[in-house]
Design a binder for this molecule. Sequence first.
Ligand code: ZN
Ligand code: ZN
Length: 243
Amino acid sequence: MQSIKMTGDYHTHTTYSDGYGSIEDNVMVAIERGLKEVGITDHAFNHIKGCITRADVEKMRAEVNRLQEKYPQIKIYLGVEADLLNFDGDIDLNEEEIKLFDYILLGIHKLTYGKGVKGSYKFNFLNFIMKTKHHRERVTDSYIRAINRYPIRAIVHPNYAVRCNISRLADACAEKGVLLEFNGKRIEYTDADMETLKKSKVKFIFGSDAHYPSKVGDCTLQQQFLLNYDFPLDRIVNIIYTE
Ligand SMILES: [Zn+2]
Ligand SMILES: [Zn+2]
């Protein structure tokens, strides 16, 4: 059986959003697991269950800087998990706010404030109930608009909350150098999606999406999932593996 290990975990949460540990807790577990890099990516400003505030960002950056001095054996990043807000590809960060972070992850969640009440209804609420192909294409267009407008590093948990056209998304991501995630909490790729992804040129990233420090660097779900497929592991950018 193949064994897979992450070299860096770039998707972790802390008490600044809806996680249960501190930045230092995540860093310590990352070191224990032998990771070379770790990223803190709490939810940006429109996530309902728990998001950072604009005032938090400065505090988080100071903390990351302090911890980087204390733990020189690991590289620590301050990223953010942004939410897609509407069909125009708006996200819950503006151009100035984006510059405060080392990188941006982008996802769709079930509990997000959209742009005003009307915006929330038209995108976030309809994502719950619309299962049509037309809706899937519109959501895909929205992702593509966002990656063309913003420096998105990876799309996290694609197909969660609402399905998209994975083929078009993968092609657009491949062209822009945006990664697609294998998420540690939920993987919503169908067998057909996996076939499509295998044929595409897109690259992938593992993210634990740890909300508890103990989960940082954990890729049990991804490893189990991939056992079902003959998938080219060399297209996943942050793992080492033995066949
Ligand atoms: Zn997420
Ligand atoms: Zn997350």
